[in-house]
Ligand binder design. Structure first.
Ligand SMILES: Cc1ncc(COP(=O)(O)O)c(C=O)c1O
Length: 363
């Protein structure tokens, strides 16, 4: 049996009855745009992260871009972000009109390196945008310390870290705003596109609600300022509300599969991700100097893998202006990382199967 790297339809199949009920409730309701499901999901999702306000938007990229705008960040400003992340992180910065400044990541956490952030702060720096890559926490205490010293905003990219924490504190609760994606493969994913911003700042949440909805403020259909059409869809919100109660158990299953990988792969020569209790393992990404050979071997054994992310964003034509330093850690990781199956619906047997496939695989 082939093990896919990820298969969102298998999660849908697992929770199909809940999802069918959620969709039916919207079909039979009286509001298809910004209705009860969006409001209920925003409240429940914010409460789960210990935050007061949730604003549903059309995607994770929009969540980041609108959060930057709502914090007053735009043309003339610089935003420091890691070079090892999905392109949407840096596209959101471009969308806001600010300039991205891409810095290197830490070789162990694979998240933005606070020492590199401290070096990159300059007179135009307005914000730091850490990404909790693969569900693993970035070093938020160190980053918040830099932000406080320089008066910078912090927007956490939580697209891969739904439900994760750092020493018991939910990720997303450190900065001024946290941006989430509900792309179908995410730990909490819908059946299409979706995103949200969480914050404890009521005024920021109000500005975000206006920005996602033509600049309208309150119930009046008058544009108080610039605005977009970037709303979380009512059907997607109902699906997310149905899946949210299963997020904690899904994350626990991911942690259990990660623990099995650690047992099974200890003698394979693969470098494993850090063993941090608060991680939610959006990916279980190993590194190997001959990544392509490893990938081929696993494919022959019927095990799907994926590369996240190559090349580093500093090598994308759109962001070439954005990297001011050599980024050796990002370049090395971009050439060696390989994501193994970790989605609970596909990966229960994966640790044993990967270990078997690599029994005579020599570095
Ligand atoms: C780290 C990260 N940031 C941003 C995004 C963008 O989210 P979306 O695809 O919902 O726009 C994603 C995922 O797709 C992501 O993984």
């Amino acid at each position: 049996m082939t093990i896919p790297q990820a298969a969102p339809p298998l999660r849908v199949a697992r929770f199909r009855a809940d999802i069918d009920r959620a969709i039916a409730s919207v079909l039979g309701g009286d509001s298809y745009i910004l209705g009860q499901a969006v409001a209920a999901f925003e409240a429940a999702f914010a409460a789960g992260a210990g935050l007061d306000h949730g604003v549903g938007v059309a995607s994770g990229t929009d969540a980041l871009a609108l959060a930057l705008r709502a914090l007053g960040i735009g043309p003339g400003d610089e935003v420091i972000a890691p070079a090892l992340t999905f392109a949407g992180t840096a596209q959101a910065i471009l969308q806001s009109g600010a300039q991205a400044r891409l810095v290197d990541v830490d070789p162990v956490t694979r998240c933005i390196d606070p020492a590199r952030v401290a070096e990159a702060v300059g007179p135009r720096t307005a914000a730091i945008l850490p990404v909790h890559l693969f569900g693993h926490p970035a070093d938020m205490p160190a980053l918040m310390d830099i932000a406080e010293r320089h008066g910078l905003a912090v927007i956490e990219d939580c697209a891969q870290s739904h439900g994760a924490h750092l020493d018991g504190r939910p990720l997303g609760s450190f900065g001024q705003a946290a941006a989430y994606s509900f792309y179908p493969t995410k730990n909490l994913g819908c059946i299409g596109d979706g995103g949200a911003i969480l914050t404890r700042d009521a005024a920021l949440a109000d500005r975000l609600r206006a920005l996602r909805h033509y600049g309208f403020s309150g119930s009046e259909r008058v544009s108080a300022g610039p605005g977009f059409n970037s709303r979380l869809d009512e059907i997607q919100a109902a699906i997310l509300l149905a899946l949210l109660p299963h997020l904690g158990a899904g994350n626990a299953e991911r942690r259990a599969i990660a623990a099995r990988y650690r047992e099974c792969l200890s003698r394979t020569g693969l470098a494993l991700p850090p063993d941090t209790p608060g991680s939610v393992y959006h990916q279980f990404a190993v590194t190997h100097p001959e990544r392509d050979r490893l990938m081929r071997r696993l494919a022959e054994a019927g095990i799907g893998t994926a590369v996240h992310y190559t090349p580093g964003l500093h090598r994308h034509p759109a962001f070439r202006e954005a990297a001011a330093f050599p980024l050796p850690v990002t370049d090395t990781l971009a050439a060696t990382l390989l994501s193994l199956p970790i989605q609970p619906e596909v990966a229960a047997e994966a640790p044993m199967r990967v270990a078997e496939a690599l029994r005579d695989f020599r570095p």
